[in-house]
Ligand binder design. Structure first.
Ligand SMILES: *Cc1c(COP(=O)(O)O)cnc(C)c1O
Length: 231
């Protein structure tokens, strides 16, 4: 078994244990394999071990990698910052954009989504813990943005995504993820048909699942450590 296959098995068992602890069914949680900075061959190994959903942060890097993997039935999620000049690449090359935090970006994605593709699935990124200089709308702005995005015909608003500041304590991790869960419930209560709560990464997926995450985004625990990104 490759290291990636063994790591995937470990991550799946962590998800399964966390679901049991939370009284949830394991089918409620999708595993997104975050392959940023890793080569196409690593994606290939993860696919061979059963992964089908992949997350990428750097749009240009992702598009180049995807070109080497067109023989595989993979679903690609953009989870990194989306600048205006990158919206066309996202609209044309991804199934999901999880990091939408401005109406202008949503409108461009809506205009640029090719007619032969299904609507682009979108999550609103929320700055749930008020982390400084971070992407994401403030929680109190999420409902208004969600209502605007829900009107755009070439987008399919799916839910919320957060990247909280890392904290070591499990209870503190659960508490911050519960804030996202409460916001998600509030938006659904307001009539928005959302089905995706993208919370949790390698270090806090158990807490995220405890709080109600439906999608965990896992990089390091599958692919190993990443070299620091040189800007
Ligand atoms: C890198 C990244 C992940 C994965 O983080 P790990 O700690 O390596 O699991 C998840 N979500 C986003 C938005 C990321 O940028």
């Amino acid at each position: 078994m490759t290291t990636i296959a063994a790591n995937l098995q470990t991550v799946r068992s962590r998800i399964s244990t966390a679901c049991t602890a939370a009284g949830r069914d394991v089918t409620e949680v999708t595993l997104l394999a975050v392959s940023k900075t890793f080569p196409a061959d690593a994606v290939r190994a993860a696919h061979a071990a059963g992964a089908t959903e992949f997350g990428e942060n750097y749009i240009q890097e992702a598009v180049e990698k995807q070109a080497l993997l067109t023989d595989l039935p993979l679903t690609w999620h953009c989870i990194g910052p989306i600048q205006s000049n990158k919206t066309r690449l996202v609209a044309e090359h991804f199934a999901w954009a999880q990091s939408v935090d401005r109406l202008k970006i949503a409108q461009r994605l809506n205009e640029q989504r090719p007619a032969d593709l299904p609507p682009l699935s979108v999550c609103i990124q929320v700055n749930i813990d008020g982390g400084p200089g971070k992407s994401g709308v403030l929680p109190q702005e999420a409902l208004a943005l969600a209502r605007e995005i829900a009107q755009l015909p070439r987008l399919h608003l799916r839910g919320l995504m957060t990247i909280p500041e890392p904290v070591a304590d499990f209870a503190a991790q659960v508490a911050v993820h519960r804030r996202a869960r409460a916001l998600f419930d509030q938006l659904r209560g307001a009539g928005l048909a959302l089905d995706t709560l993208s919370l949790g990464m390698s270090a806090d997926l158990e807490a995220a699942i405890q709080a109600g995450s439906t999608m965990v985004r896992v990089g390091t625990a599958i692919f190993g450590g990443r070299a620091a990104k040189v800007a």
